[in-house]
Design a protein around this ligand. Structure first.
Ligand code: SPV
Ligand code: MG
Length: 436
């Protein structure tokens, strides 16, 4: 009896965020070789080498499952194909020939080596010209983002990444820097995941102290200008949230404009920046009162995508770890979605001690670190010690200020600007910085 030809297995790895004719072309070719399994890259796998996709895994899976060339969809949890290939042992892998260079070069090499083990083959159709998800995404970026989509991004990033990297933005220009800056190496891709709307830098840019002299309305006006030109999520520094009776309106306003997290600190009285050495007149709220505030904030939000973050100031006020841990548990019970444990020590020792203990608590929540004074801490150490978000809280402002001051002095000294010209942005650069 003639042996029946076994259907060949074909594997296609895809991010499939924004589908275009290039993807369909690949899938059609793949189908011509046999039964197609798509290894759909998870959010975590995608964010290891490029921006988080617009659509989440479930949404992308539904689309792919309904494409006629696709038989199965399975998750591909890493940028590397190796694990899925070993499980599936496909006869073919199909991928556009655009991955021979760049960050996916080594991924391709591993695919070829792995397929060799069972004489599988890599098929590389010619890359479809003039279309790519990145191009489509650039166009979408120009249109902007809805507040709800922006708001939901922080939670998705927290699920997808081992550490979410946030940096302070105090105006639209810094927002654009954060939106567009990335560093690509052979091994990985890095960018900022979102923005910190800081009470300190919002105050300083307005020439006022960080003591709530700049009210929420002024800060939200400024924030709106950032929102106009960016798509990344915002964590808003709400100081102590104001009076209990007003918390609800603040939460509603911030949620409406698409803020992803509101950080409320447990201090009362005239606000003083936590990094001042002298905290003599600074007072911490009672656990009972602060829990009421957290509850009120939580009841005021519409969506679970908005996180209410409790910021604990025990270490700032010299109260010690016992107080910090007790507060963390109570705040968590009262509905805090995450805990920011602040410190002004020059080492992360106390916050690491805190995280080690709090991790064991059944009310444990994701932790946020603000390494302003213990700036030598590495992101990898924060991850190891159980932190989920890092906030670089004031560094763009602190970069701009000395540069501006030094050059202002230079103009006075030289009675002209010639000495500066080579060291500052050229006129050409600044006038073309923002496209019309
Ligand atoms: C801010 O950036 O305004 C903060 C962080 O609240 S800190 O300055 O450390 O208090
Ligand atoms: Mg602040």
């Amino acid at each position: 009896m003639k042996k029946k030809n076994k259907v060949k297995k074909v594997y296609v790895g895809l991010a499939a965020d924004i589908l275009h004719e290039g993807h369909i072309n690949i899938l059609k070719i793949a189908k011509s070789y046999g039964e197609v399994t798509v290894g759909l890259l998870t959010d975590a796998a995608i964010s290891s080498y490029k921006k988080l996709p617009h659509l989440n895994f479930k949404q992308r899976e539904i689309v792919l499952k309904n494409i006629k060339y696709v038989k199965y969809v399975i998750p591909q949890k890493t940028l590397s194909y190796v694990d899925n290939l070993i499980k599936l042992k496909p006869n073919y892998v199909v991928h556009g020939d655009d991955w021979k260079n760049g960050i996916q070069k080594n991924v391709r090499k591993d695919v070829i080596l792995t397929l060799k083990k069972w004489s599988g083959r890599l098929i590389e159709p010619k890359y479809t010209k003039n279309i790519s998800s990145t191009l489509v995404k650039e166009k979408i970026l120009k249109i902007g983002i809805s507040p709800d989509t922006r708001k939901s991004k922080l939670k998705r990033l927290m699920d997808a990444k081992s550490l979410v990297r946030i940096v302070e933005s105090h105006n639209a220009l810094t927002g654009l820097i954060i939106e567009n800056t990335n560093v690509v190496s052979k091994k990985n891709y890095k960018e900022f995941d979102g923005m910190w709307s800081s009470s300190l830098t919002d105050s300083l840019t307005r020439g006022k102290p960080d003591n709530q002299s700049v009210d929420y309305s002024a800060r939200i006006n400024g924030l709106n200008e950032i929102l106009d030109v960016t798509t990344k999520p915002i964590i808003f520094d709400a100081d102590n949230g104001g009076r209990l009776e007003h918390v609800s309106f603040l939460v509603k306003t911030l949620e409406r404009i698409g803020v992803s997290a509101i950080v409320i600190e447990d201090k009362i009285g005239l606000k003083k920046n936590s990094l001042f050495d002298n905290q003599k007149n600074a007072k911490q709220d009672s656990i009972k009162n602060f829990c009421k505030k957290l509850k009120r904030a939580n009841e005021s939000k519409i969506s679970d995508d908005l996180l209410i973050v409790a910021r604990i100031e025990s270490f700032i006020l010299g109260k010690g770890i016992k107080d910090a841990l007790k507060r963390a548990e109570m705040y968590s019970k009262a509905g805090a979605d995450a805990i920011l444990i602040h410190s002004k020590e020059n080492s992360p020792k106390e916050i690491f001690k805190f995280s080690k203990q709090f991790k064991k608590n059944k009310y444990s929540k994701p932790l946020i670190a603000v390494p302003s004074t213990y700036s030598s801490v590495k992101e990898s150490d924060l991850i190891k010690n159980g932190f989920k978000i890092v906030i670089y809280a004031n560094h763009l402002l602190r970069s701009a200020y000395p540069a501006m001051k030094k050059n202002a002095e230079k103009i006075l000294k030289n009675e002209r600007t010639y000495e500066l010209e080579k060291k500052i942005s050229s006129i050409k650069e600044v006038i073309s910085l923002i496209k019309e």
